[in-house]
Design a protein around this ligand. Structure first.
Ligand code: ATP
Length: 510
């Protein structure tokens, strides 16, 4: 399974999707750069989101707020006081872990100690899920088994946060073979701090935003007062957020700088349950429509204990990544918590005058909050496929054409007989409409393979017949089927296929 992730990371590097940030200086943990193909993929995801949630609707407007806001915003939102994760340090290796992601696996080996008890090993593993966390301890237990015998039972699993002080001393940390090197959990605030202006004192402290949502709440009155919106309505924002994550891991999944796509949908309190159900379903379907079709996509409702105290209901859209099932997007019914908090802290009236009922009210809000980088990673994981064409293995990214970085590649079959000139003319015409790629180097089979690997859905080839009847072949990435069309039709056809790849292909009978 992890092997699958290694292959994807290597493809992303090799073909220019994603690079470690500042790599020539040894990188910096938790930061990533998107290369020429990755930037297109991520932009396509953000564009698809904006098109479907803002341009495609009449009840949502957009916003683009500053990353640094008045620090009072983060007091009102609860981030200054409460946006923290429990952190554990390893005294031996100086590594730092998120305590809520540490699980302890207690193995009992048959060999007895001097008291006649079975030999115990308390091995800590790190992971977002128990299955991910189990990997390290399993390896260590296998080694111990050679010395003390194979354990008869599967290990008991205890979250580190639930261990007593005495039991914590027995634990062998994820990166060491010594016992008792892990510290007790401490609270660690995830916001990046900086100073605004020339003075570096307490009055100048500001934060890089840990989410885009608060900029929307802080501008609620501005948007209402400019008069374009009536309840129910939404305000959408896409932008960078920053969190000083204790353990950035799993490629871009948990980064310290990332992009969010957030919608705050304001409605009358009595309609909020209905809107919550609507957005929960709508957001799940959005991922399906864009290609996350497998059983790896799930919708999970939070249990009552998991809910934030102000939330009436929350659901996570999750994806089974190769490293474990993890959150892609959260949809939360937040009641009037955020607007009420900002009214309290700013002293400004953020209520809404409802023309229909002639009353003032504080709207309730439904928040679908997604990460553009996590979405990109899920689309890449889902798309990554190894198969065989004509007995030859190939790697193919089966990305939805709307998300694919390059929509079509144009090739002359050979570099002579006027084929390059004709192919270049088609390339130039296509390039007026879509991102396309021209390639005349090497065997045509290899050129197809190179495009398959970066997810290009269509390849257009000019061959001998093209010079006689002005037709070209179009090859479909997923099925490898080819069909001929008049070269004058290519641009229109590819534009249509990119929008709706399920449409009937002329000449192939649908
Ligand atoms: P997690 O539990 O994984 O830390 P969260 O519940 O804190 O996530 P939210 O605060 O709900 O996440 O953020 C909304 C979305 O923003 C997430 O669903 C995810 O897509 C994205 N996101 C949050 N933190 C990160 C991160 N460190 N790296 C990349 N994307 C992130």
């Amino acid at each position: 399974m992890l092997d699958e992730m290694d292959k994807l990371v290597s493809l992303c590097k090799r073909r220019g999707f994603i690079f470690p940030s500042s790599e020539i200086y040894g990188g910096i943990n938790g930061f990533w750069d998107y290369g020429p193909l990755g930037v297109e993929l991520k932009r396509n995801i953000k564009d698809a989101w904006w098109r479907d949630l803002v341009h495609g609707r009449e009840d949502v407007v957009g916003l683009d707020c500053a990353i640094i806001m008045n620090p009072r915003v983060w007091e009102a939102s609860g981030h200054v006081g409460g946006f923290s994760d429990p952190m554990v340090d390893c005294r031996a290796t100086k590594e730092r872990y998120r305590a809520d992601q540490l699980y302890v696996f207690v193995y009992l080996f048959p060999q007895v100690n001097h008291k006649g008890e079975p030999t115990e090993a308390w091995l800590a593993g790190l992971g977002a899920s128990v299955e991910e966390a189990a990997q390290g301890p399993e390896r260590k237990a296998a080694k111990l088994a050679r010395k003390f015998g194979t354990p008869e039972q599967p290990p008991t699993i205890i979250p580190y946060l639930e261990l007593s002080e005495a039991d914590r001393e027995k634990v062998i940390g994820p990166s060491t073979d010594e016992r008792g090197t892990l510290t007790p959990p401490r609270s660690f605030n995830l916001m990046f701090k900086t100073f605004v202006g020339a003075l570096e004192d307490a009055s100048a402290v500001a934060y890089l935003r840990p989410e885009t949502a608060q900029g929307i709440f802080a501008n609620f009155k501005n948007v209402v007062d400019t008069g374009r919106v009536k309840l129910p309505f939404g305000i959408a924002q896409i932008g960078k957020s920053f969190r000083n994550e204790i353990n950035p891991r799993n490629f871009t999944f948990r980064s310290r700088e990332f992009e969010q796509m957030e919608l705050e949908y304001f409605c009358r309190p009595e309609e909020a349950t209905e809107w919550y159900a609507y957005w929960r379903k709508e957001r799940f379907q959005w991922y399906v429509r864009h290609g996350l079709r497998s059983e790896r996509l799930r919708l999970r409702d939070h249990s009552a204990e998991e809910l934030a105290f102000y939330s009436k209901a929350t659901a996570d859209i999750e994806y089974a990544f190769p490293f474990g099932v993890s959150e892609l997007e959260g949809i939360a019914h937040r009641g009037d918590y955020d607007l009420s908090q900002h009214m309290k802290f700013s002293g400004k009236d953020l209520s809404y005058y409802d023309e229909e009922t002639k009353t003032r009210l504080v709207p309730h809000v439904i928040e679908p909050s997604a990460g553009a980088d996590r979405a990109a990673l899920a689309f890449l994981c889902e798309a990554y496929t190894e198969d065989e064409v004509g007995g030859e293995p190939r790697t193919v990214l089966r990305l939805h054409p709307r998300l694919a970085p390059i929509k079509a590649a144009v090739f002359p079959l050979v570099k002579k007989d006027g084929m390059p000139e004709k192919a270049e003319a088609i390339y130039r015409e296509l390039k007026r409409h879509l991102p396309v790629f021209y390639d005349e180097k090497g065997a045509v089979g290899r050129r197809y393979r190179r495009q398959d690997e970066v997810g290009t859905p269509y390849c257009v080839t000019v061959d001998g017949q093209s010079l006689e009847d002005d037709t070209v072949t179009i090859r479909d990435r997923d099925t490898c089927r080819q069909w001929r069309v008049a070269s004058g039709q290519v641009a229109r056809l590819i534009c249509e296929l990119v929008e709706d790849p399920s449409r009937a292909i002329p000449g192939l009978g649908g």
